[in-house]
Design a protein around this ligand. Structure first.
Ligand SMILES: [Zn+2]
Length: 543
């Protein structure tokens, strides 16, 4: 056996049941070449040695929006602000510092800062009266706009609500300043300037560096237009993409038949990229469909009415994005084109529509290894729990959401009540059925840091049976996301021959209280044995 490029020493949590814990891992030519005693022997003469508290397979993020999030990072810093006044003040500061920007675009603001998530344009007018302002809520299903933005978009009392969205209104029918769901947000955003190609590449660079800093080595880009694939390819060619990415292209009701050829062409763009290091870093393997919206906005599709809507309300059970038959037909078409399906499903009717679509796909297109993904998996009817394993569906969770935060107590539980409330985020129940779990952040919706998100699955869920063991949630984040990506043969666990996609931590997460995971230091992140983040100083293995 030859030498090693890199040897990491510490508690190596391999994720491999045959050797779950080793004392070292050795890397050569981008691959894991040895573990434990064999790896320790290679330290002598290795190019670099790093001592760490623990070494794990690099984290995966099964649902994240690096491009949008990276763009948003460039705007006003309203994330984490805790009052309407503070958000308005930050918008005022940003606008004053950027007089050249004709529109002030940014986010994410906390939608729980106003009752029922309804924000008034006048609150922003006081900060910026003369230029349009559009802020996206942290759920990215609502936007808060000022009066100038409404004026530019021509939205007034006579403007009808768009399909599958709504314009929040005052009693006289005039627009309040909050737009609910994408079709309503687009009424304004289609008048706003899009980021330039250069700004998009900058966004990918900035966001993927943030993910690498948090120990992430693979990300599922959860919704992109085909035209934006180029930003990832350009970043990868320029050495500015710091994680591996699989891109999901977003399909729309009505438009999907025409989107099929575009999606196939976008996939080919990535697959045929001639530069070394691009094809193994960027793939376009997946199609994203939104089954429904979100509970907070009353747009998640429910099997039974919302508790707080009158029975004659037109959206008493929420707002499915697709007719179930069209969703199933589109899913079958994209499956026939060879794409994996990734369906946003929040309400119990949304989840059921997704599962029904997957069942339809298998029926009409025949057996194949498909690994369709339900993203978010928020409210699941008990009858649907066994269907995940039966249909081979990956259940993707954002563990940070599975706690009684203000989004739950102020916006969600009042709308669905306690019985349905306790059926949310059934991680423990699905694990017990044998379903494959993957974790994600949905950043910039919520924190991108796995070490902040994952412990909530272990200790945070208010229904104790839905909590999962620490080792299981780490597996969902590493092996689970690799399975989601069809890449369990090359990464996700640390065994000789697999890619050296690694994260080194200050301490062993399985030897400490999960409550302290958010404080664990990420000493370094490596992609194919090359460092993408971290300050850990290695030293040469000779002498
Ligand atoms: Zn998302």
């Amino acid at each position: 056996m030859g030498g090693a490029d890199l040897v990491l020493r510490g508690a190596v949590r391999t994720g491999d049941p045959h050797l779950p814990l080793a004392r070292a891992v050795a890397v050569r030519d981008g691959l894991v070449v040895a573990l434990d005693t064999d790896a320790l022997e290679l330290a002598d003469g290795a190019t670099e040695i790093v001592d760490a508290g623990a070494v794990l397979p690099g984290f995966g993020d099964g649902h994240v929006h690096p491009l949008w999030g990276g763009v948003e990072l460039a705007g006003p810093a309203v994330r984490d602000l805790t009052s309407v006044e503070a958000v308005a003040a930050e918008v005022r500061r940003y606008a004053a510092e950027h007089p050249e920007e004709e529109w002030v675009l940014g986010g994410p603001y906390d939608p729980a800062l106003a009752p029922r998530g309804l924000f008034d344009a006048a609150w922003l007018d006081a900060a910026v009266p003369d230029r349009p302002v559009v802020l996206q809520a942290s759920d990215h299903h609502c936007a808060w706009v000022n009066s100038e933005a409404l004026r530019r978009a021509g939205i007034d009392a006579a403007t009808p609500d768009p399909p599958t969205g709504s314009v929040a209104r005052r009693e006289d029918g005039s627009p309040l300043g909050t737009l609910v769901e994408w079709t309503a947000m687009d009424l304004v955003l289609r008048h706003a300037p899009s980021p330039t190609d250069g700004e998009k590449v900058d966004a990918v660079d900035r966001a993927s560096a943030l993910l690498a800093d948090a120990g992430v080595t693979w990300a599922q880009e959860a919704a992109l237009a085909p035209a934006d694939v180029a930003a990832y390819l350009t970043a990868a060619r320029g050495g500015r993409l710091h994680v591996r990415v699989n891109i999901a292209l977003r399909a729309e009701p009505g438009e999907w038949p025409a989107q099929r050829a575009e999606f196939v062409a976008a996939r080919r763009q990535a697959e045929t990229s001639p530069e070394p290091g691009v094809a193994d870093r960027v793939s376009v393997r997946t199609v994203k469909l939104f089954a429904d919206g979100i509970v907070e906005a009353g747009t998640a599709a429910l099997l039974a009415p919302y508790d707080d809507l009158p029975p004659d309300h037109p959206q008493t059970c929420g707002l499915p994005v697709w007719e179930p038959a069209e969703l199933a037909a589109a899913a079958a078409a994209f499956d026939a084109d060879g794409f994996q399906l990734h369906v946003h499903a929040i309400g119990d009717a949304g989840v059921r529509a997704a599962l029904d679509a997957f069942a339809h796909v298998a029926e009409v297109n025949g057996p194949r290894d498909r690994r369709p993904v339900v993203a978010h998996t928020q409210l699941v009817d008990p009858a649907d729990l066994p269907r995940f394993a039966e249909l081979g569906v990956v259940a993707n969770f954002e563990p940070l959401w599975s706690q009684l935060d203000t989004a739950q107590t102020e916006l969600t539980l009042p709308r669905i009540g306690a019985l349905r409330g306790d059926r949310q985020y059934p991680m423990g129940s699905l694990l017990a059925t044998g379903a494959v779990l993957s974790t994600g952040s949905d950043w910039p919706v919520s924190s991108h840091r796995p070490l902040e998100c994952l412990p909530v699955a272990v200790t945070g869920h208010w229904v104790p049976d839905e909590r999962v063991p620490a080792a299981a949630v780490l597996a969902a984040c590493t092996a689970g996301t690799a399975y989601q990506a069809f890449e369990e043969g090359v990464r996700g666990t640390l065994v000789p021959g697999k890619r050296a996609d690694l994260v080194a931590l200050g301490a062993d997460p399985l030897a400490i209280d999960p409550g302290s995971w958010p404080d664990l230091e990420v000493l370094g992140t490596w992609l194919a044995g090359r460092r993408t983040a971290g300050s850990a100083t290695g030293r040469p293995g000779t002498g």
